[in-house]
Ligand binder design. Sequence first.
Ligand SMILES: [Zn+2]
Length: 303
Amino acid sequence: MKVFDLHCDTITECCKNNVSLYDNDMHLSLNRMQKFDEYTQVFAVWIRDEMRGDVARQYFDEVADYFYEQIAENDKTVSVFGSNSETKVKAILSVEGGSACGGTLDGLTHLFNRGVKLITLTWNSPNEIASGAFSEGGFTAFGKDFVKLAEEYGIILDVSHLNRESFYDFIKISDKPFVASHSNADIVENPKGRKRNLTDDQIKLIKERDGIIGLNFCRNFLESDGFFGIDSLVRQIDYFLSLGCENNIALGSDYDGCSIHSDFIGVEKMEEVYKKLNEKGYRKALLDKIFYGNARRFFEDNI
Ligand SMILES: [Zn+2]
């Protein structure tokens, strides 16, 4: 089977702990991804909210260096998405927290030159661009210029972690298809879930723009009211399908970035999750879109 996952924090964690991307006991490792026919993974450099300016920019470079080192060391098993290499595992570099630009447009150009293909505009606090899910406020003047230039570069912009006000500002500023790389539907009775998940109106606007939404395995954004593990994912898929999102949902596992139910822990579980969903009556053509096809099409059309 094929997998295309829009978000994980694995490379940030590997770099922090000086752990190999190939061989580790984290949620995701290159050797455990080899059993799949294809596995394309977006790897985020996570910029913590206390990092701003040059500190954020330097931290980005440190993790991006590690990302490219790990790919070079394991070039028989992984390659950068879009290169000519025939490896089964393909890697895409992203940034979680636009502060990685150091608060300047030159910094954004630097991210582009280093191969960043997707930027999650904020984490949970305000930054130079906009305000995150656990804070107040909308886009800044700099944030508007940031969006325009990023779209000129063909960088995919990601609204996961924006608060509602910033989301609606973004809709007015941006005119390209965009993603919510790791957000669910706002049907989870949990204070954190309610802030990070998407309302019906947000989902409708993403769909109208031909965007995609990555289903997040994080317990806070998935579980409530007696729904746990695979059943909580089923609840999300059914809800998105009821809104006509068959071509708009994908995976955004959040591996190595949060607390996850054992049903989903580890890349090796992807096959089991697919099988369980198939047994629950979802046809393979639909599951193939969710696990791979929708995200693949989006990246081919928009990078
Ligand atoms: Zn996140």
